[in-house]
Structure formats: structure tokens, C-alpha cells
Design a protein around this ligand. Structure first.
Ligand code: UD1
Ligand code: CA
Length: 460
């Protein structure tokens, strides 16, 4: 049977006290709504539709290529579903309705919910959870025979109902046609004056239709995020889940509570992740590499056996056995070939550093192509920007760049060439040549001694 998903993400999230819509807040670098979308996609839902409303454009911007419908006024979760009726017209089968603010839901739980509805032939199957502290959630009211009787929002609950510890997780599987056939029966006659999707349970029951409830045994995953405290808690749960998955697959973490890895990141075997390390976006780290401590990598590729220590990498490729840091900044467009080295206080942008080449200390290499076996001496930089445009530098295989060389681009240093320390090199240096640009040194015999004795005799 086909399964579609509808993600409700139109609410403001007042309790976040934020200019950002709630579902745009991030866990491990990923917007909350994206995590929900990923779970739906992994559960093979097709189509997936997102309801946006409050600051809709800011949410839709995070979801390129995703079908979104607008709920102009946030009149409740039931009303949000009404807004998607047209987008889902013609769809028949199971419709998962998910909250954009419940980011920890696993695809296997969603699949189990679909199966439970289909097996029970129910109009809806509601995912419930038992919570030590049910405050804020809708309570699950069961009939004397244990069947689902209804869902009561906290604000509408009697003190007896408020004491119920079984809650609505805000995750449902509906039979799509049955849902839309009865949805107009919802009313907003309640404490919040909203159309509650939860009231569909009583609507269905009054029609004599079957309703079902499934209780998850992993309450952590059903946690809704309404406050920044819950955002931090949910992030911690996600962090633990991801780190455990990697450790079980052969990754060493000295202290997993101090390692933050986005769900999209891939790690090889025998990778070591040291504390205070953030791996975000489409980052991958290959077998045997070590990252951290104190390292942030965004969309970076780290090759086998490489080491990245106390550094920041953005969209760079670090080759096999290469080493980076401490205190390096690898910017977009950087490729470090095998066994190359970028050392301390070195910034590299849009540059290829060839196999075995080294830029060990205090350098900036921008828009540069460096061949194999090159050594760039301490303090050398490329002057790649003339105030208007960027220019390229090329350094041939085996060249030796003397310390504190200014490479004034565009400029080319030939294969095996050498530049003299302290030179401003603005002209190409041919292969095998020495390029040197500095005034000759003068030694003034006895000058320092004379100065010292003048000072000591009080003349100065
Ligand atoms: C809802 C449920 C509650 C459940 C809880 C689980 C209802 C009436 N209540 O309460 O039973 O325990 O979720 O987390 O459904 N939204 C819209 N449009 C709206 C209102 C909300 O798209 O007009 C979206 C929100 O963006 C959010 C989700 O629906 O992603 C849930 O809304 P929220 O206001 O957080 O509902 P709760 O009060 O938490
Ligand atoms: Ca909520």
C-alpha cells in the first residue's frame, strides 16, 4: 500500500522566543523540519508535503524541491491538515501526519505505525508514549476496555485527565480518504479556539470507524521541541544516537559527549574523533584518520590516515595521510594531495597542495596550484588580491619557497626553483632558478658596540 507523509510546520513556536520559525532551529547543524523530512523519506513516503505558515519563506528556503502548502493563519493542527487537502487530492492509502517539531522520530517507528493501522483496518493509528512528565502534551484517554477513546489537550483536561501519563506524540497514520471525508467535522470549540487534529479520534468513533493506538517503547524519539531547553535535550539524544552508531561501526571517541556529528556525516573504520570536534554537513572521514581535538569540519572530505588537529575545514579535501594543524584554516576549493602538510597558523583557500608538499607555518595560500615535493617556508604568503580581482599563483614540483616570500600574483615559480627568504616575487621565476628580491645586506663594523658604550657613558 502506498504511504504519503504530511509534515506540520506552520506554527510559530512562541515558546522558543525566537525570530526564527521553530522548525528552522537546528540540531547538530540540521534544521528540525529537515530531520522529520528525512525520517519520512527513509520510511519511503511518497509524496511528502510540508505545511508552512509562520515565516513560511524562511522554512521553504530550507527545503528546496519539497512540496510545500501554506497555512496562512495558524488555526490549529486540524486546520493545517485541511490546507493540504488539495495537494494530496487523489492520493489513496496511508497518510502519516508528523509534527515538524518532533525531530527524533525514527523511520522504523513510522513504518510500524503504518503497519499497525493497516492491520487494524483503522481510520487512524495514533503513536503514543508514556512520559514521566506528561506536561504540555495531549493526554490519551482510554475506554474501560483499553481502546482509544479520545485525546484531550492539556489546556482542556480535567485534573483527572491531566494525571494520565500516556501522551499523544503528535504522530499519526490516517487512512487518507477517510480523513479528508470527515475532516470538515472538526470544530474549534475548545480552550485554544483551534481546530485540533486530535479530535478526529472522537469524530471517527462517533461514525463507528475503528481507531487504534500504538505505544512506543522508545519515548525519547517522540519528544516534541517547544523550548530551547527541549532543543538542547533533543540535540543530546540525537548526538548520543549518532555517536553510538559510529562507535558500534568501529570509530573511537575519547569522550562521545564532546563530539557533535551531523546525521549526514560518514566515518570509516578506526577513525578517532577527539573531544570538542564538530563534523557537519556532507563531511566524510576515511579509515584510520584522526580528527580533533578542537576541530570543526563542514562539508569536508578527510582521506585515510589523515590527521586534522585543532583546525577548521570548510569544503576542503584532505588527502590520504595528509596532516592539518594545529590552528589551520582550510577554506573552500582546497585540495591537499596525499601526504601533504598544512601546519600551524596557515590559511589555505582555493588551492591545491601537491603530494608530499608542505606549508608548515604562518602562511596564506590563495588561488594557488602547488606541485609535488614543494616546501613553502614560514611566513610566506600569496598576494592574490589586488583590490579588484583575484590572481593565480603556480608553484612547480620540487620548488623551495624561502621564508617570508611574498608571491605577488599572477606569478609562476618554475619546477625546482628557489626564492630567497624575504623576497617580494612579482615576476615569474624560471625552472631551476633562484628568484631573489631584496637589497643587499650591509654590515657596519663596531656599530653596536659604539652605541652601547655611548649609552653606558650617559651621552644618550
Ligand atoms: C500537539 C498535539 C498534542 C501532542 C503534541 C505532541 C494538537 C491539538 N495537539 O500539541 O496532543 O501531545 O502536539 O508534540 O494537535 N502546527 C501547524 N499549524 C497550526 C498549529 C500547529 O502547522 O495551526 C504545527 C506546528 O508547527 C508543530 C505541530 O503542528 O510542528 C504541533 O503544533 P504545536 O502547537 O506544537 O502543538 P502542541 O501544543 O505541542
Ligand atoms: Ca509541539
Amino acid at each position: 500500500m502506498s504511504v504519503a507523509a504530511l509534515i506540520l510546520a506552520a506554527g510559530e513556536g512562541t515558546r522558543m522566543k525566537s525570530d526564527l520559525p521553530k522548525v528552522a532551529h537546528r540540531l547538530l547543524g540540521v534544521p528540525m523540519v529537515q530531520l522529520v523530512l528525512d525520517a519520512a523519506t527513509e520510511a519511503e513516503c511518497e509524496p511528502v508535503v510540508v505545511v508552512t505558515g509562520h515565516r513560511a519563506a524562511a522554512v521553504e528556503e530550507l527545503l528546496p524541491g519539497v512540496a510545500c502548502v501554506r497555512q496562512e493563519k495558524q488555526l490549529g493542527t486540524g486546520h493545517a491538515v485541511m490546507c493540504a487537502e488539495e495537494a494530496l487530492a487523489g492520493f489513496e492509502g496511508s497518510l502519516l501526519v508528523l509534527s515538524g517539531d518532533t525531530p527524533l522520530m525514527r523511520p522504523e517507528t513510522l513504518r510500524a505505525l503504518v503497519v499497525s493501522r493497516e492491520e487494524a483496518g483503522a481510520a487512524v493509528s495514533v503513536l503514543t508514549a508514556r512520559m514521566a512528565d506528561p506536561a504540555g502534551y495531549g493526554r490519551i484517554v482510554r475506554a474501560t476496555d483499553g481502546s482509544l477513546a479520545g485525546i484531550v489537550e492539556q489546556k482542556d483536561a480535567t485534573s483527572e485527565q491531566a494525571a494520565i501519563d500516556e501522551v499523544n506524540t503528535g504522530t499519526y497514520c490516517f487512512d487518507a480518504s477517510t480523513l479528508f471525508a470527515h475532516l470538515h467535522r472538526l470544530s474549534s470549540d475548545n480552550a485554544q479556539g483551534e481546530f485540533y487534529l486530535t479530535d478526529m479520534v472522537t469524530v471517527f468513533r462517533s461514525e463507528g470507524l475503528a481507531v487504534a493506538a500504538v505505544t512506543t517503547d522508545e519515548p525519547g524519539e517522540t519528544m516534541g521541541v517547544n523550548t530551547r531547553i527541549q532543543l538542547a535535550e533533543a540535540s543530546r539524544v540525537l548526538q548520543g544516537r549518532i555517536n553510538e552508531r559510529h562507535m558500534l561501526a568501529g570509530v573511537t571517541m575519547t569522550d562521545p559527549s564532546l563530539v557533535w556529528i551531523a546525521p549526514t556525516v560518514t566515518l570509516g573504520r578506526d577513525v578517532v574523533v577527539e573531544p570538542m570536534t564538530f563534523l557537519y554537513g556532507e563531511t566524510s572521514v576515511a579509515d584510520g584518520a584522526t580528527v580533533g581535538p578542537n576541530t570543526r569540519i563542514y562539508d569536508g572530505v578527510v582521506g585515510p590516515g589523515a590527521v586534522v588537529e585543532q583546525s577548521v575545514v570548510r569544503e576542503g579535501r584532505i588527502g590520504p595521510e595528509a596532516s592539518v594543524g594545529p590552528n589551520a584554516f582550510i577554506r573552500p576549493g582546497t585540495v591537499l594531495e596525499a601526504s601533504s602538510r598544512v601546519g600551524s597558523f596557515v590559511e589555505v583557500k582555493n588551492t591545491t597542495i601537491g603530494e608530499g608538499s608542505k606549508v608548515p607555518h604562518l602562511s596564506y595560500m590563495g588561488d594557488t596550484t602547488i606541485g609535488k615535493g614543494v616546501n613553502v617556508g614560514a611566513g610566506s604568503i600569496t598576494c592574490n588580491y589586488d583590490g579588484w580581482s583575484k590572481h593565480a599563483t603556480v608553484i612547480g614540483d620540487g620548488a623551495f619557497i624561502g621564508s617570508d616570500t611574498m608571491l605577488v600574483a599572477p606569478v609562476e615559480i618554475g619546477e625546482g626553483a628557489v626564492t630567497g627568504a624575504g623576497s617580494a616575487i612579482a615576476k615569474d621565476v624560471p625552472p631551476g632558478a633562484l628568484g631573489i628580491e631584496r637589497t643587499e645586506q650591509r654590515n657596519m663594523e663596531g656599530w653596536a658596540d659604539r652605541r652601547r658604550s655611548a649609552r653606558d657613558s650617559g651621552d644618550e
